[in-house]
Design a protein around this ligand. Structure first.
Ligand code: SF4
Length: 167
């Protein structure tokens, strides 16, 4: 069971980043990754985890790369930082976040609003802009199945369940 999130409209994210020159994308490899795999039909996770979040959380890494390219095309400096469960940041992780975001004017969040809240708590003194990229629209129970090469898991949509809040 997890929170089911969808990407916000691309135009809305671009608009919110209009005035930003240096953007760091904070990436949550948790339920945000599963949600993207479900909504965009992307591979979700590696069958054999490597221990590297960027390699293992396949779906959200694909979206992160798409946004890196998009924002670089617009002439912005783009960085990224992976953090496990930004909804439950420890003091140590808050310190990491402050250090990693230091040279950026904007923090874009590939995670749910709880990730934004956690990040806000960590960097609230810095006056950086925080731009959400996803919204929570429901909850889920997902089952996964491996692809033919046994490389990545996909969400098995027939065996999975998404409960949207507005339905
Ligand atoms: S920050 Fe949000 S998307 Fe990421 S693990 Fe926590 S609840 Fe899930």
């Amino acid at each position: 069971m997890g929170l089911y999130s969808e990407m916000l409209e691309k135009e809305k994210i671009i608009k919110n980043l209009e005035d930003s020159k240096k953007v760091i994308i904070i990436v949550c490899p948790g339920c945000a990754c599963d949600s993207i795999a479900y909504s965009l039909d992307y591979p979700d996770r590696r069958v054999e985890p490597s221990g590297d979040m960027a390699q293992d959380a396949v779906a959200i890494n694909m979206v992160k790369k798409e946004w890196e390219e998009e924002l670089e095309k617009q002439g912005k400096t783009v960085g990224y930082f992976w953090i496990s469960d930004p909804c439950k940041l420890t003091d140590f992780e808050c310190e990491d976040l402050r250090r990693e975001t230091e040279n950026y004017d904007t923090v874009a969040v590939l995670g749910c609003p709880s990730a934004c809240a956690g990040i806000h708590r960590a960097i609230k003194d810095s006056k950086k802009k925080i731009v959400p990229m996803m919204k929570v629209v429901g909850s889920y129970v997902f089952h996964m199945k491996p692809d033919e090469k046994n490389e990545n898991f996909y969400i098995d949509k027939e065996a999975s369940y998404v409960k949207l809040f507005n339905k």
